[in-house]
Design a protein. Structure first.
Length: 592
């Protein structure tokens, strides 16, 4: 029988679904509003409302996000990206395969959103260098990261939410690799689909040149000094790996009186050689982390510390009618005048071949400038340059990368053997990252995705409210009433379709939180295994291929210049394939 509490809860639930879908308000704000309404209407007590924020699930995700942040801050993720791109070359088919397989592998052990965010600028740079349309790679990048959501517990926060709700219903939490018997076949068949049919359905659209600026891919010219202790000394240019590993193009070699040597692959590099190199901003800055070589700008070495609070890094464009136009940095005594260091220069599509200090500046030139923040402010006030934006100064702490890898690997290994609960293991790993300075407290507060934590804490409380008000039992009774005579495989199909439909406009976590209690109650009323239904909901809730509303798809939608129907065209067949795999394997792995 329907009660006033059930009606009130359903009104709040429907309103939350609408606001989650239209996103006129941030999803974490919507989740907090739902939480407040549940308390003010008396549907749940404050203790029940806040229980989600003290749950194992919440602590697990907090620890996971901190460990992920530490792996990024120590450069582990960046090095993995460079390792992936080293073998791509300019072959479109090979690029396609490595990008999709790399995305799938990476997102199996970290959030698919984080994997997409990390690989997006990497893929953009590769496609631009290979002069291949980005639209051919970005949608597969996003889809490959999503299709591995069922490989491990930590592939997506949706699995963690489902695991937490399963505990609330008296079931054992999801194991680290419990979903793998279903997730691995989904990944293999999904990748096979993307390599064949899917690849042919993906549009091939040219990307405007403005995109290079959006992803910080404008090419800069800078000077690199080879120190006597450099690993490059005695190696030929081709053996140096400057192009392969650092993605830099050597345009000139400056060696004493032999100025302006045209680079040849067989040129042997010597100590104190100065190389004029061209590369994208992030690659230029990586020179600072490479032992034995350094940026050499305006003849003098740049300041060695880019990590202090007082030091800033900016891109500045030369304004019209500036008195600096037509003059060189050396001629205007830029370093002495402004107290700043020019690390590199960008000039449209033109390749520069002279020393930075000897290049006559033109209107529109963009300089990569390093120096004290106070001096940067004075440069802005001088009206000679316009500051395009302050850049992230903090370089990865590569020295602590082995420690971060050891901690993350240890946590993953111990989780397989279930030595401790996952929430405890993740928290221990996060604390070790802080104690070993792989991650500072300030970085943790800045890098942790608090929006995701707030959303999950609130959604767990929504699940509690659905249970305490009797809504889950009521809806489950209706499903049993209309579908109780059906074979369990059809009930699983119904919940798969419901979860897939809800997860398009809503977040995956919100969709799972809505469907899971109903599925579990339905299983209980029909004396079926509730774990079977919970696992089907976990698989379906991450099946977000029909629209570009999933976070990973949102990130590639604009850069790839896709249209809404591009996702449906490629994703509909993939969704059907995943359903067929899940409907066969889920009942086999978790019998009714």
């Amino acid at each position: 029988m329907i009660t006033s509490d059930i009606i009130l809860f359903l009104v709040i639930l429907v309103a939350s679904i609408v606001f989650f879908s239209i996103e006129i308000v941030s999803i974490d704000i919507v989740a907090l509003c739902v939480l407040v309404l549940l308390i003010l209407t008396g549907l749940i007590s404050p203790e029940q409302a806040f229980s989600g924020f003290g749950s194992d699930t919440f602590i697990f995700i907090l620890g996971l996000l901190m460990i992920t942040a530490a792996l990024i801050r120590t450069g582990v993720v960046a090095r993995l990206g460079r390792l992936i791109t080293r073998y791509t070359g300019h072959d479109p088919n090979r690029l396609f395969m490595i990008i999709t397989i790399g995305s799938a592998a990476l997102s199996s052990f970290m959030s698919n959103t984080a994997a997409t965010a990390f690989l997006l600028p990497v893929v953009t740079g590769i496609a631009q260098k290979a002069k291949i349309s980005l639209s051919r790679f970005l949608l597969p990048l996003a889809f490959a990261s999503i299709m591995t959501s069922a490989v491990t517990l930590i592939s997506t926060s949706t699995n963690i939410l489902v695991s937490g709700m399963m505990v609330q219903y008296g079931m054992h939490p999801m194991g680290m690799f419990e979903l793998a018997p279903v997730g691995i076949p989904i990944t293999i068949i999904g990748l096979a689909y993307m390599f064949t049919i899917g690849q042919r359905l993906i549009p091939d659209r040219a990307i405007p040149s403005e995109l290079t600026e959006e992803f910080n891919l404008r090419p800069y010219l800078t000077e690199v000094l080879i120190r006597p202790n450099s690993f490059l000394v005695g190696k030929t240019l081709v053996e140096s790996g400057l192009g392969r590993d650092l993605d830099l193009t050597v345009v000139r070699i400056l060696r004493g009186d032999q100025d302006n040597l045209i680079p040849d692959p067989d040129n042997i590099l010597m100590a104190d050689d100065v190389l004029l190199v061209q590369g994208h901003r992030d690659e230029i800055l990586k020179i600072k982390e490479t032992a034995g070589i350094d940026i050499k700008a305006e003849v003098q070495l740049s300041d060695p510390d880019l990590q202090t609070e007082e030091m800033g890094l900016v891109e500045a464009i030369l304004l019209p009618r500036s008195p600096v136009i037509g003059r060189t940095l050396k001629g205007v005594r830029f370093r002495e005048r402004y107290g700043l260091q020019v690390l590199a220069v960008h000039r449209g599509e033109e390749t520069l071949h002279a020393k930075i200090s000897q290049i006559p500046l033109r209107m529109g030139d963009i300089l990569l400038i390093q120096g004290h923040r106070a001096n940067i402010s004075l440069l802005q006030e001088d009206k000679t340059f316009h500051i395009l934006g302050h850049l992230e100064n903090k370089r990865p702490n590569y020295r602590r990368a082995p420690i971060a890898m050891a901690i993350a690997g240890g946590v993953l290994l111990l989780s397989v053997f279930e030595v401790l609960p996952l929430s405890v293991l993740m928290l221990v790993g996060a604390v070790l990252m802080l104690l070993t300075r792989c991650l500072t407290p300030e970085e943790a507060y800045r890098d942790v995705e608090w929006k995701a934590l707030i959303l999950i804490g609130c959604m767990l409380s929504l699940g509690v409210a659905m249970e305490t008000t009797g809504t889950a039992q009521f809806l489950a009774a209706k499903v049993v009433e209309f579908g109780g005579h059906l074979h369990p495989i059809w009930l699983l199909s119904i919940f798969f379709v419901l979860a897939v439909l809800l997860t398009q406009p809503m977040s995956n976590q919100a969709a799972a939180a809505v469907i899971l209690p109903i599925a579990i109650q339905t299983a209980n009323q029909l004396s079926l295994n509730p774990r079977t239904f919970a696992m089907m909901v976990a698989v379906a809730a991450s099946c977000s291929f029909l629209t570009p509303l999933e976070p990973s798809c949102v990130m590639v939608y604009g850069p790839g210049h896709y249209r809404f129907m591009d996702f449906f065209k490629v994703g509909s067949i993939l969704t059907v394939l995943i359903y067929l795999i899940a409907i066969v394997l889920v009942p086999l792995v978790w019998p009714y």
